[in-house]
Write a protein that binds this ligand. Sequence first.
Ligand SMILES: Cc1ncc(COP(=O)(O)OP(=O)(O)O)c(N)n1
Ligand SMILES: Cc1nc(C(=O)O)sc1CCOP(=O)(O)O
Ligand SMILES: [Mg+2]
Length: 206
Amino acid sequence: MSRRLDLAVYLVTTPRPDLETVVEQALRGGVGVVQLRDKRASTAQLRSQVARLRPLCEAHGATLLVDDDLAAAGLAHGVHVGPDDVHPVDARLALGPDAVVGWSLTDLAQLDDEAALTACDYLAVSPVWPTPTKPEADAPWGLEGVRAVVARVAGRLPVVAIGGIDAQNAGAVAGAGADGVCVVSAICASQDPRAAAAALRVAVNP
Ligand SMILES: Cc1ncc(COP(=O)(O)OP(=O)(O)O)c(N)n1
Ligand SMILES: Cc1nc(C(=O)O)sc1CCOP(=O)(O)O
Ligand SMILES: [Mg+2]
């Protein structure tokens, strides 16, 4: 992985007609990674969204990833996969050495998968807290879980966390050792995505 990966504030998108506007505002507020996540979109639709979002992200020095879909991720800077998706080793083989590969961690046993850890660029503790945005998410790790994961991979891989994070609790997530926070609603549901992203950035790096 050769691009600079700024994981401090990481936006996972939700489908909406004004997606580009929200992403642009969030980038202005300091988002360093944008992940395009739309479970209902076809590969062709994702690729067309990537074509629009990538120049925006690059203008702000940010990284654009795609959830799950390797064909669309090939037009972006990389992919985020979970334990039920393509394995990180296969994602790396498909996308090449310069792509960013992120992996969701829902079980500590995943840390025994040396090949996966070698293939990916960061881990996402998923979820840190329960969230209405994804009610089907796995059991929450809590801050203790974040600490446990960081203790196992510190110095080897950066760790981010997702699920129920906002500007009020983001500092505690960073205090538990996470390198960054991933959010959907804290930015996408805000009237002011730029200010919301900036507040998260301050909370993570006071
Ligand atoms: C940053 C980040 N963390 C976790 C997820 C969830 O990924 P996954 O486990 O693959 O679940 P789906 O998003 O595919 O429902 C994520 N997308 N991003
Ligand atoms: C996309 C996603 N994945 C999760 C997981 O735990 O795997 S939680 C989540 C949504 C997070 O939304 P919000 O910031 O609104 O809580
Ligand atoms: Mg997935």
